[in-house]
Design a protein around this ligand. Sequence first.
Ligand code: NZQ
Ligand code: ZN
Length: 387
Amino acid sequence: MQNFNYMTPTRLIFGKGVVEKLPEVMAMFGKKILLTYGGGSIKKIGLYQKVLELLKGYEIVELGDIQPNPKYDPSVLDGVRLCKEHKVDVILAVGGGSVLDCSKAIAAGACYDGDPWDLISYKAKAKAALPIVDIITLAATGSEYDCGGVISRTETNDKIGYMDPLLFPAVSFLDPTYTFTVNRKHTAAGIADAMNHTIEQYFVEDATLLNDGFCESMLRSLMINGRKCIENPEDYTARAEMMLACTYGCNRILSLGNSHSGWPCHGIEHALSAYYDITHGEGLAIITPRWMKHILNERTLPRFVKYGINVFGIDENLDKWEIADKAIEETYKFFESIGIPMHLREVGIDNSRINEMAHHIAVNEGLDEAYAPLTEQDIVEILTSSL
Ligand code: NZQ
Ligand code: ZN
């Protein structure tokens, strides 16, 4: 087992109706709030109106229209400007992972005198950040329980995972009923995202029995409950379990003591969504089985065998290579069965920029140090086989 140094300071408030506690929570942070949200879903589900009612008496500045794959310009820059102009005390992010990620970058940028991109691109380290409270409305990223935010800069095709312990939300409200309205596409993408977060942490050199069990249980739960959410969007129990599973995805709790993974599928997908603005979870679902096929060899075989037996219940008496092949096929078939387009061409990506993207990934993502190291040529092959 590897050494680790770990803390998650976020308070989770989970369940039906918990948003009623919002005034009590916000009172801990001050009177001036930057309320951030996306393209309008929170207005459609009545949550925007509810928040304004609950926060009567607070001074609220709004930043709406934060797009999926949140953009540095205008969203982060506008948010930082608003925080500085209005001397905001706390950010309240209401929406999916994109709204929350954008809010994290704003929280750090608001306490920094220079260009916020210095922080996101790790040229400078934040000394402080505004506190963040969120009401998460989509189960997927785990941003509500981690210290990362992923920000895109269109003109340079960058999509950077910006992490800093200062960016943990102070409080996250998780009410599964707010996810009832998430459509089939984004529910499926959320399942795929959280499954891939788990897979990224499972396929490592040095893992514990404890973490393996946790990951295998995550994957089974996400597949069973995820499918129920798709079939019956208002199944509270399924939405609740999916929401909690997603929350565990990215805060390292699944891999404490494990060796380095490198998060290769994320490294590759972030370039796809930077270049083509596709939905993150769909990109991951397309890449994951192709990546698995590409890295399967004598050394990695035992991990695939364990994954196949414990996650998909494949017969352990079969030949090991057969188990591994079946496990990869089952992974593909599951994503396909929940309606995810399983080819890059179906999400508008052809082969014209594969070399350029592979180069960008090889230079920026450090995948040569992953569990199964990937060269630029490996990335070209994975992308080509995903077409
Ligand atoms: O913009 P609105 O109108 O709110 O609509 C959103 C958006 O169109 C909609 N939506 C959200 N909640 C809804 C809803 N529609 C109906 N009912 C609701 N309750 O769903 C659409 C997608 O929202 P988005 O926030 O983009 O999705 P998600 O939560 O999957 O976030 C994706 C972003 O997170 C990053 C991804 O790269 C991507 O940019 N990630 C963040 C991570 C993190 N912070 O730890 C880790 C992940 O690996 C990931 O990279
Ligand atoms: Zn992800």
